[in-house]
Design a protein around this ligand. Structure first.
Ligand code: 5GP
Ligand code: ZN
Length: 114
């Protein structure tokens, strides 16, 4: 999608620090981390938000979660939080589905808002 920041990052026209990439998922370090490890994991196809997922597109979200488990292993993280803000009123600021991988656990981030 032309005007989407994360689509531009996926296309490589906006720089990012890549942590993991495969055919359908990209993971990057958050530009403004709120925990020691703060990684954004997103599908390469443009899905606006978790609330738009359907049974047809849910496998893209499942793939993100599998990537999160793999990234956590690579980063040596045992316990972590996964957060997906869905919609502006829930704190979503970039309208391209993404999961925040957060570690270590901090009760203040339990209800994460950027
Ligand atoms: P949201 O608020 O939509 O749940 O999360 C968006 C996240 O994207 C925020 O944590 C914010 O720091 C991060 N972010 C915004 N712009 C950029 C960027 O250009 N590069 C990277 N790596 N992260 C970004
Ligand atoms: Zn997008």
């Amino acid at each position: 999608m032309q005007d989407c920041l994360f689509c531009k990052i996926i296309a490589g026209t906006v720089p990012s620090t890549k942590v993991y990439e495969d055919g359908s998922v990209l993971a990057i370090r958050d530009i403004n981390p709120v925990t020691d490890t703060h990684i954004l994991v997103m599908p390469k196809i443009h899905i606006e938000k978790a609330g738009d997922l359907t049974f047809e597109t849910a496998p893209f979200a499942g793939h993100c979660l599998s990537a999160i488990a793999e990234i956590a292993r690579n980063e040596g993280i045992e316990d972590f939080c996964v957060v997906a803000n869905s919609g502006a009123k829930a704190g979503q600021t970039v309208p391209h589905l993404h999961f925040h991988l957060l570690s270590p656990f901090n009760s203040q981030e339990h209800f994460f808002s950027p």
